[in-house]
Design a protein around this ligand. Structure first.
Ligand SMILES: Nc1ncnc2c1ncn2[C@@H]1O[C@H](COP(=O)(O)OP(=O)(O)O)[C@@H](O)[C@H]1O
Ligand SMILES: [Mg+2]
Length: 360
């Protein structure tokens, strides 16, 4: 199991928590404001070094406390490690893996392949391409094993090029950055394309179990016209780039276009249907992780029941119960869902009750 146990100190309303996790399903039930989402937020923080709700450290540290500490015991294949994060208001951040100091949160992400489904996830469908790129890049990182350096190189070259454009530098000066940018762009694009070729068939299979979507079109846009060379496009669009002060084409504009016929899915699907669509997307990504690299993801689902009727809740549970991941689900009352999980598959299930920041 990826996350064997987790200790939380002074994170939001969770003062001193020690939890031994279930290998397959972990159901966290409790009233509003009990601390269920806070628990998921803590796991998310351990895997990503950031919160999914807020970027202000003071809000995450428990009122009156000075720091929070998260410590998770992880098992990945035959390897084990203890990941620790300490974030202090006055002293900054300390990261540990297996007792050794590190500065790289990417190492944490490698240990803890994490998927988080919460209110923000709807932005994958309803907001701009950035959220869909993040989703693709999760797979590029975990399945295609792209190194963080690839994004850093792309970003660095793009920023330098954009700065030169903003400063109205000459065409030759701007073009100095093109070679580095183009090389990184194609490397990133190739990984994204490779990943999506594997993901899309799985996504269609998962969607078929949850929704009746006729005419679904899934198209990857690289960020530029793939029939043409990016270096040429950059030259050709220089006048307008220079006028705008930024680079119009490149992997920073990539997108996964999801349409029914010609209409974006968010304009067709109800909120509940969007939830099922997103669930299928995450499950497909997790399945690919199982198949391609023999890893299990830790899948956090905040408030699974909301927006789904009873029939769809059960359908969602069937899809989740046949999927190999360590899943954490929060909800006000999850007894029925847990019974379903137990019936479908003899999984390792743990039930937690959350009340005023105490988890039992
Ligand atoms: N920094 C903090 N210190 C102490 N309590 C906090 C902090 N931030 C949020 N809370 C409390 O956490 C509770 C919300 O927890 P949450 O996990 O979102 O609830 P739910 O169980 O409904 O998901 C609120 O009662 C809020 O007051
Ligand atoms: Mg909540």
């Amino acid at each position: 199991m990826p996350l064997q146990s987790l200790a939380i100190n002074d994170f939001r309303n969770l003062s001193n928590i020690k939890v031994t996790c279930g290998s397959d399903f972990n159901f966290l039930s409790g009233a509003n404001g009990a601390g269920k989402s806070n628990f998921l937020e803590a796991v998310h923080y351990l895997g990503t070094g950031r919160s999914f709700r807020c970027s202000v450290l003071q809000r995450l540290v428990q009122h009156q406390a000075e720091k929070f500490i998260l410590c998770g015991k992880i098992e990945l294949g035959s390897n084990q490690a203890v990941l620790g994060i300490e974030r202090s208001i006055s002293e900054g951040q300390k990261l540990h893996i297996g007792g050794e100091k590190t500065n790289s949160i990417a190492e944490f992400a490698r240990w803890l392949p994490l998927q988080t489904f919460n209110q923000e996830s709807y932005q994958i469908l309803t907001s701009g391409p950035r959220y869909r790129r993040q989703l693709i890049d999760w797979g590029v990182f975990h399945v295609e094993h792209a190194q963080l350096l690839l994004w850093q190189q792309t970003e660095r070259a793009l920023q330098q090029r954009n700065a030169a454009l903003k400063q109205q530098q000459s065409r030759d000066q701007v073009s100095l950055w093109d070679r580095e940018f183009v090389a990184a762009a194609y490397a990133l694009h190739n990984s994204r394309e490779l990943y999506l070729k594997k993901l899309v068939p799985l996504l269609r299979t998962c969607l078929a179990q949850l929704l009746d979507l006729e005419g679904l079109n899934i198209e990857y846009y690289a960020g530029w016209d793939m029939k043409r060379d990016l270096a040429e496009i950059l030259q050709y669009s220089w006048t307008r780039d220079s006028y705008l002060g930024f680079t119009q084409f490149g992997p920073h504009r990539a997108d996964l276009q999801l349409k029914i016929g010609q209409v974006p899915v968010q304009d067709v699907l109800s909120r509940g249907q969007q939830k099922l669509f997103l669930l299928a997307l995450y499950v497909a990504q997790g399945l690919l992780l199982n198949q391609a690299v023999e890893k299990r993801s830790v899948f956090l689902i905040d408030d699974l029941l909301a927006e789904l009727d009873m029939g769809k809740q059960q359908q969602a549970m069937h899809v989740l119960a046949n999927f190999d991941a360590q899943i954490f689900i929060t909800g006000i009352d999850l007894c029925e869902l847990a019974n379903t999980a137990q019936r479908i598959n003899n999984k390792d299930i743990k039930m937690f009750h959350v009340e005023h920041g105490i988890i039992n």
